[in-house]
Design a protein around this ligand. Structure first.
Ligand code: F6R
Length: 608
């Protein structure tokens, strides 16, 4: 989604804004722009396309020169991507950048038109806010922002400059994320920490409807009611290198390689004397014994991690788990009460639909547990309990390491819950935990062993228009993620299917040469999946089978076999994820796609 940055300090502001926006490119965008105070006047430069297009335009037309300003990468919602719809947008004395959606912008626009404000250049909701700010501006910027906050509805973050307040940047947020970075004699605003990490690791989290005033290298915060507030200065626990490619051609492949470390960092602090211990997250055995039903609600990849969680928790802890897509769950009046636990999984912690589900279930008094990667994000702050995954920053739009650490948390939870409920013995819990502890090394070996195989097999996929991912049980849960990963970055249509369900309709899609990727890592279901692979092979499919080293399968059934190390079948998803990620990655690379920034997608979906 859109990225916001702002700067006040001694450096060349345009350079800082462009550099910071580059670090937010992963969020997805289709145009970019900046506004900088140059000799006391606001100078705007903006352009449709990539940041390089903006830089090229500024090189031709003159780069704004100054020391305070705001910048933006836009992911179009209201109005097509174009120069004129790009941010910043201005009223007569106010210029703003905006992330999010203003729900009542039509009414506000009508109000402005009724009051003789008719100069709208763009189709955006943002310009309406700029005009509204201008309409109420009486020389007191904070009072004007507070007034406007009472009138606009939606989820948004704004960076604002007032023409008669040079060298000052104002910022405010409502739902959409925004941080304020504090460097030595310089201050920043940004939608996310990677934007400013080159300059400072210290930052403040702006809370709902708080206003920040950045001036003279410092920041002052005030509430919606105009009260000055003190905020805690936080320090990011990762450095600039974590937000760089570190020699890899893409963030996605770097992040795939980071998985062993990410899993280790996530599980190690949650294991005490060989047993899972989630007490630092506010979760005790008593808590885990107390629920009737569990709901796991999330979007996309995070929801797929929940699917694996369902199989594992139900199998071990014998509690009913329902997994749901947040955008559906929030509107279906779910049957939830105080006896239920709702687990929200989210890498960003800012996904609009997942946030809405959290508020909904809290109103119904369910206990809530967030599994979140971004510290201090909205979902993490609002849930009753939080288990942070420690994947570090995930920059590639296609999620890999965040999914892997979400899986590791699902296992820890399942083990601790099963033990707390007396469903498994202490000895069994220790055995499972020990096996989980060994998983990071096996992921590492797997990547090394199969990367070239996957690179080769992916060359067989690039001409496909459509393919199927099939599996049974945990392999089916996993194939949902494999299929999503492949389609989102390779642009090849792909569907995941429960292998046993094929012959109830979908098998009619199989034509000569159509790729079918079968995940067959569950020993207890292997023979059944094998029959399904034979069925599609007999109808002309090109079969690619992901199975363990000892699986009894030949090239008469599989055109290509990707063999991975065997561990206990319950933990196989953490290993089998690797070939699925690598197949998706190399297919995208081989097709010449923009792997880290697939078309039409944004990293953090902060609007509905
Ligand atoms: C796909 C992907 C998305 C996200 C989804 C939820 O690779 O990354 O499907 O998983 O948008 O995002 P979070 O986890 O931030 O709530």
């Amino acid at each position: 989604m859109c990225g916001i940055v702002g700067y006040v300090g001694p450096r060349d502001c345009s350079d800082v804004l462009i550099e910071a926006l580059t670090k937010l490119e992963y969020r997805g965008y289709d145009s970019a722009g900046i506004a900088v105070f140059e000799n006391g006047r606001i100078k705007v430069a903006k352009s449709k396309g990539r940041l390089t297009d903006l830089v090229e335009k500024m090189n031709k037309e003159g780069k704004p020169k100054g020391h305070a300003g705001i910048g933006h990468t836009r992911w179009a919602t209201h109005g097509e991507p174009s120069d004129v719809n790009s941010h910043p947008h201005s009223g007569r004395r106010v210029t703003i950048v905006h992330n999010g959606i203003i729900e009542n912008y039509k009414e506000i626009k009508q109000f402005l038109i009724d009051n003789d404000r008719t100069e709208f250049l763009s189709d955006t909701d943002t310009e309406v806010v700029a005009q509204l700010l201008d309409f109420y501006y009486d020389g007191d910027p904070v009072r004007c922002i507070r007034r406007v906050l009472h009138e606009i509805r939606g989820s948004f973050a704004l960076g604002i400059v007032f023409a008669d307040r040079p060298e000052t940047v104002y910022a405010v947020r409502c739902e959409s994320p925004l941080i304020v970075g504090q460097g030595k004699g310089e201050v920043f605003i940004a939608s996310d920490v990677p934007a400013i990490i080159k300059y400072t690791k210290d930052y403040y989290l702006l809370d709902h409807k708080e206003i920040a005033v950045l001036r003279n290298g410092t920041v002052q915060f005030c509430s919606l009611h105009g009260r000055i507030i003190e905020k805690e200065l936080l320090t990011a626990d990762w450095d600039e290198d974590s937000a760089e490619k570190g020699g890899y051609p893409h963030f996605m492949i770097k992040e795939i390689h980071e998985q062993p470390t990410a899993v280790k960092t996530t599980i190690t602090p949650r294991i005490e004397n060989g047993l899972p211990d989630l007490s630092e997250c506010g979760i005790t055995p008593e808590t885990l014994r107390g629920f009737k039903n569990i709901f796991i609600v999330a979007c996309g990849t995070a929801m797929h991690a929940g699917m694996v969680g369902k199989y594992v928790i139900e199998k071990l802890a014998r509690v009913s788990v329902t997994v749901d897509i947040a955008s559906e769950f929030r509107y279906r009046d779910p049957l939830i009460d105080e006896n239920d636990l709702v687990i929200i999984i989210s890498q960003s912690g800012e996904t609009a639909d997942s946030k809405a589900v959290l508020s909904l279930v809290k109103q119904r008094n369910a206990k809530t547990l967030a599994v979140v990667n971004v510290k201090g994000s909205s979902i993490a702050r609002e849930a009753d309990m939080v288990i942070y995954t420690h994947a570090g920053p995930e920059i590639a739009v296609a999620s890999t390491k965040a999914y892997m650490v979400q899986l590791s948390v699902m296992y820890l939870l399942a083990f601790e819950m099963a033990f707390a409920k007396g469903r498994i013995s202490e000895e069994e819990c220790r055995r499972l935990t020990l096996e989980l502890v060994r998983v990071p090394d096996i992921i590492d070996q797997t990547i090394k062993r199969i990367e070239n195989v996957c690179r080769y097999v992916s060359t067989k996929l690039i001409t496909a228009d459509s393919l199927l991912y099939i599996g049974r049980g945990l392999d089916y849960a996993l194939s949902m993620e494999g299929s999503l990963k492949l389609k989102e970055i390779s642009y090849i249509h792909s569907e995941s299917y429960a292998a046993g369900e094929l012959k109830h309709g979908t098998i009619s899609l199989i034509t000569e040469g159509m790729p079918v990727i079968a995940v067959a890592t569950q020993n207890s279901l292997f023979e059944k999946t094998l029959s399904n692979i034979k069925e599609v092979k007999a109808r002309g499919a090109m079969t690619i089978v992901i199975c363990d080293q000892k699986a009894d399968i030949d090239f008469d059934v599989a055109n290509y076999i990707v063999r991975i190390p065997r561990i206990s079948e319950m933990l196989m998803p953490m290993i089998a994820t690797v070939p699925m990620q690598l197949l998706a990655y190399y297919t995208s690379v081989n097709k010449g796609n923009d792997v880290d920034k697939p078309r039409n997608l944004a990293k953090s979906v902060t609007v509905e």
